[in-house]
Design a protein around this ligand. Structure first.
Ligand code: FAD
Length: 393
């Protein structure tokens, strides 16, 4: 019969890989996509929803086109394990699916105990909103319900984590909402990192648009020693206890657990070969996106999509003999600071023997004029439309 590809995870990496393999092989490869949710909410642009710039529904994407137009067999279930000798994936609902090539793009899970006092059982009180959908909705409802002059605390994650500028864009968007609706409210960031992505651009923007509202406490002031208590809604930063109205805990992260269950992780992430995103431990398995340890690319939707296209080309080449070109990758991360004040950072990448290596990069500059910032923001709107179509059809 036809060669069989199974993809686990219908997010940025998985949906793209499934779509490109099915579309470009024109029926020569049998593609199955395993994803528990019927609707995928993008984390990208979820901060814009928090800021009042997007509706939640605009972040929602379904799998109907992948099934109808590209003949992908979409299975709404959890993959619970991989038998790498038998080459089968077990499903929560029972039964298993055989593969010739397996692609895992399960995104992230959280590291247990990384923020003392917080566990998944507290996510309805202190949301992470680092997987989009109901968590994002909850965080927004909590911000809207803050009392006048109330306090929002974010516990920011250590490196490496999904979307390096994400926490800081989120703070910007929440400040944007509060400035209009609750201008005496305060935002505190407890951050275990010395520095962060696009820091000079964010700090300039916070000063300009939200002067006096945002305070970031870094590791020099004890933020590496932060714990929370969900019962009393307090955050303890190195002995200083803050009473908060909203606490957004973004814990340390690791590869989605199916990767460790399949025995494909080293530490928290799954190491891959840059040329085709194959696992360093099993050449019949490819790992995409946030879960992979690949080198220089940030964990982003753009990166996952770019890696998926390289992987799809390599998998088709291996299974059908189609032509394989040298791997090239790209990423840009846009962030909205306020209104139409958009900034970006990005790079191009190539595959070396050791890793995905950056070749050249670019970043917005401080002091840019409003027209440049507006053009950058508009570029991001075009990007969102194009990339979600590239993923979901
Ligand atoms: P995901 O997109 O998370 O997809 C993983 C999928 O796998 C999920 O649908 C999940 O249900 C499924 N899954 C997991 N385990 C299993 C299993 N065992 N069986 C079956 N299915 C499973 N990126 C950008 O490029 N630009 C941005 O502006 C941007 N902004 C962001 C803002 C925020 C607040 C956040 C949190 C992230 C942002 N990102 C952005 C990052 C981006 O969302 C991720 O990097 C991207 O989604 C990673 O793709 P992925 O395929 O690795 O994982």
């Amino acid at each position: 019969g036809k060669p069989r590809v199974v993809v686990v995870g219908g997010g940025a990496g998985g949906a793209t890989a499934a779509r490109y393999i099915a579309k470009d092989s024109e029926g020569a490869i049998d593609v199955t996509l395993i994803e528990p949710s019927r609707t995928y909410y993008t984390c990208f642009f979820s901060n814009l929803y928090l800021g009042g710039f997007r509706e939640l529904e605009s972040l929602a994407h379904g799998y109907g086109t992948l099934a109808a137009e590209h003949g992908i067999n979409v299975v709404h279930d959890w993959a619970t394990g991989v038998d790498r000798d038998a080459r089968t994936v077990a499903l929560a609902g029972g039964g298993s699916v055989p593969y010739d090539r397996l692609i895992l793009s399960p995104g992230i899970d959280f590291v247990d105990g990384s923020v003392p006092g917080w566990g998944l059982e507290h996510q309805d009180v202190m949301p992470h909103a680092y997987k989009a959908g109901t968590q994002t909705e909850l965080l927004k409802a909590q911000v809207m319900a803050m009392p006048e002059g109330g306090t929002f605390v974010m516990v920011a994650p250590p490196n490496p984590y999904r979307c390096p500028p994400g926490p800081y864009e989120r703070v910007s968007m929440i400040a944007n909402y509060l400035k209009a609706n609750n201008p005496t409210a305060k935002i505190i960031i407890a951050d275990p990192k010395e520095k962060f992505s696009k820091q000079a651009l964010f700090e300039e923007g916070w000063q300009k648009h939200y002067s006096g509202m945002i305070e970031r406490i870094g590791p020099d002031f004890g933020a590496g020693n932060t714990s929370v208590d969900a019962a009393s809604m307090t955050v303890d930063i190195d002995g200083e206890v803050i009473e908060a109205d909203v606490v957004n805990v973004i814990p340390a992260q690791k590869a989605g657990r199916i990767c460790s269950e399949a025995g494909l992780t080293e530490g928290d992430w799954a190491p891959v070969n840059a040329a085709d995103m194959s696992s360093k431990m099993d050449e019949a398995v490819h790992i995409l996106g946030d879960a992979s340890a690949q080198g220089d690319m940030p964990k982003s939707g753009f990166s996952a999509n770019s890696q998926a296209k390289v992987c799809a080309m390599a998998v088709r080449g291996a299974l059908t003999g189609s032509r394989v070109f040298p791997a090239r990758f790209n990423n840009t991360c846009w962030s909205l600071i306020s209104g139409e004040d958009g900034v970006k950072v990005g790079a191009a990448y190539e595959a070396t023997d050791e890793k995905i290596a950056s070749t050249e990069g670019f970043i917005s500059q401080t002091g840019e004029d409003p027209a440049t910032r507006k053009a950058t923001y508009e570029e991001s709107l075009g990007w969102y439309r194009a990339i979600t179509e590239d993923m979901f059809g």
